[in-house]
Design a protein around this ligand. Structure first.
Ligand SMILES: CC(C)(COP(=O)(O)OP(=O)(O)OC[C@H]1O[C@@H](n2cnc3c(N)ncnc32)[C@H](O)[C@@H]1OP(=O)(O)O)[C@@H](O)C(=O)NCCC(=O)NCCS
Length: 174
């Protein structure tokens, strides 16, 4: 995870208005609409941060959005809740992830996810959180995240979590 590799000339940048996000297509309407219409506004309001992956010709290949939130102790599975205080607890949120349709199924989503998780791990040295949480937009995205150790939060079929400890272990392995 620490050394995510992209092809030569590709780079990850914080979203700004110079990035051509209007023509981004990833096959999922909400993930497209978020990037086109809401991501920059949300970032300006300090509600979330979006990073874009650009190829050597500065085409927008993919993006992810991170934010923070809280979950209630009572919503956590026993193995995660053990030894934690019974109140609302801080989490990192992987709010969105998308790869342009023409680049899908080439391992880019996997690498963008690793980059997003590395950002979370780096941030944890300043702001602590107990897990990374995400809300799946559909069954297909759920199947994607299940491949990478995210588990379903009991009682919330479309909400998944990755405990902080697992995040640390993933970073050590890669
Ligand atoms: C989900 C998404 C990000 C995956 O990106 P990608 O670049 O195609 O993914 P990768 O090529 O890195 O795939 C990594 C692995 O996951 C698998 N995979 C990819 N998409 C999958 C899906 N929808 N369901 C199940 N498995 C999937 C791949 O086969 C690959 O497995 P392998 O290593 O055994 O071959 C992309 O399909 C996308 O942008 N979808 C629309 C937006 C979306 O749903 N985002 C998620 C919620 S915000």
């Amino acid at each position: 995870m620490s050394g995510v590799r992209y092809p030569d000339g590709w780079r990850v940048e914080l979203l700004d208005k110079s990035h051509n996000r209007k023509s981004f297509r990833c096959g999922q309407a909400q993930a497209e609409s978020w990037l086109k219409k809401a991501a920059l506004q949300s970032q300006k309001k300090h509600l979330s941060s979006t990073k874009v992956l650009l190829d050597a010709d500065s085409h927008l290949v993919g993006y992810y959005t991170l934010a923070t939130s809280q979950v209630d102790f009572s919503d956590l599975p026993a193995e995660l809740a053990r030894s934690l205080p019974q109140r609302r607890l801080p989490v990192a949120v992987l709010a969105w992830l998308g790869v342009a349709s023409s680049f899908q199924r080439r391992g880019i989503g996997q690498r963008l996810l690793a980059t997003a998780l590395k950002d979370c791990l780096d941030a944890s040295q300043t702001f602590s959180f107990i897990a990374v949480i995400l809300d799946c937009v559909d069954e297909s995205s759920k199947q994607f995240y299940q491949r990478f150790d995210f588990a379903t939060l009991p009682g919330y079929p479309m909400r998944m979590y990755l405990p902080f400890k697992t995040l640390q272990q993933m970073a050590k392995k890669t």
